[in-house]
Design a protein around this ligand. Sequence first.
Ligand code: ADP
Length: 281
Amino acid sequence: SAPLGLHLRAVALNATHVAVEAADVTESHRLARVRRDFVANVSHELKTPIGALQLLAEALLDATELPEPAPDAQSEDLLAARRFAERIHHESARMGRLVNELLELTRLQGAEPLPTPEPVALDWVIAEVIDRTRTTASAKGIDVEYTGPKGATVYGSDSQIATAVTNLVENAIAYSGEDTKVSLAVRPGDDWIEIDVADEGIGIAPHDLDRIFERFYRADQARSRATGGTGLGLAIVKHIATNHGGRVDVSSTLGGGSTFTLRLPARPPESPLPLPAATEI
Ligand code: ADP
């Protein structure tokens, strides 16, 4: 067998290796935190000027109301100015959404694992989501239908779960045609409760399916841009799912609609192990 000296050297080398790996992990955690803080700070700083832009655009929109009753020679200039003001308003609203979603994402990334999970009544979540999305849905003549049992409970953060389901329903509406249906279904199981959000919309091509949960990834640029999306909604949903120990999946056919399934824990997390009884010596 190898002399003791060699053994010791091997052990020492292994130890160095482990130490280097540990240092790498610490360093990459530190870098991740620096990156997260940077994004959070920039986003936060951008909120104020973007808010100001939106207010200014609104003031411009008011100031460029066409005169009643008869349009005069100046109307054309006014109309052009109004169109620019509308674009500024539209784009600044989009920047506002982007910044809010970036902030949300950095908050979620910093919050792993979830602080003490609480029981969350899915009835409340569904009612909240339907309420939040009512205006956008009805503008497109889309019905958001719910099927599922009353009184289902999952464990986690009510606001995060409501955000995740809202994002899925908003997408279902955004990527669907007029007068279609969006179905929300809750399917309880022993360990997990699944929430399905199904639409009859444009669907997703197979090569995009794996990537849509990445930050800023958007399947079809042209189509996506028209919705004013940011490419962050599904990354947020994925983070919320994993923070809860659950997951989010999708099945879809291009042109044939999509179904997103959010799986959340149906049981409270393991209660902490009882302290070992004091031993008498
Ligand atoms: P976005 O702000 O672009 O909607 P998301 O992260 O929410 O960003 O979604 C990423 C991309 O996934 C979208 O741009 C779109 O291409 C695709 N997508 C998401 N949900 C749906 C859906 N229900 N039907 C079709 N495509 C979808």
